[in-house]
Design a protein around this ligand. Structure first.
Ligand code: SF4
Ligand code: SF4
Length: 70
């Protein structure tokens, strides 16, 4: 799986990190958000749903699962 952040949309607000249950472990906000440690991610997609810019896409590798977006 992977989490993509649209750098053109991201404002670096940090809401994704705050909303994520494992935010402090996963997210690095440095002007732009980056999901740096996905070992802790459990694919809840809260980050994508909370991002005010719609910049996050949570993409599962499982072929039975479609892309999750907000
Ligand atoms: S919530 Fe969205 S806009 Fe805000 S830092 Fe995260 S990815 Fe960027
Ligand atoms: S999908 Fe859930 S656990 Fe993974 S980064 Fe987003 S909010 Fe955090």
């Amino acid at each position: 799986m992977r989490i993509e952040v649209d750098k053109d949309k991201c404002t670096g607000c940090g809401i994704c990190k705050e909303a994520c249950p494992k935010g402090a472990k996963i997210w690095d906000i440095n002007n732009k958000a980056m999901a740096t440690n996905l070992n802790f991610c459990h694919l809840c997609t809260i980050c994508a749903s909370k991002c005010p810019e719609g910049a996050i896409r949570v993409i599962r590798d499982d072929p039975d699962e479609k892309e999750k977006n907000e």
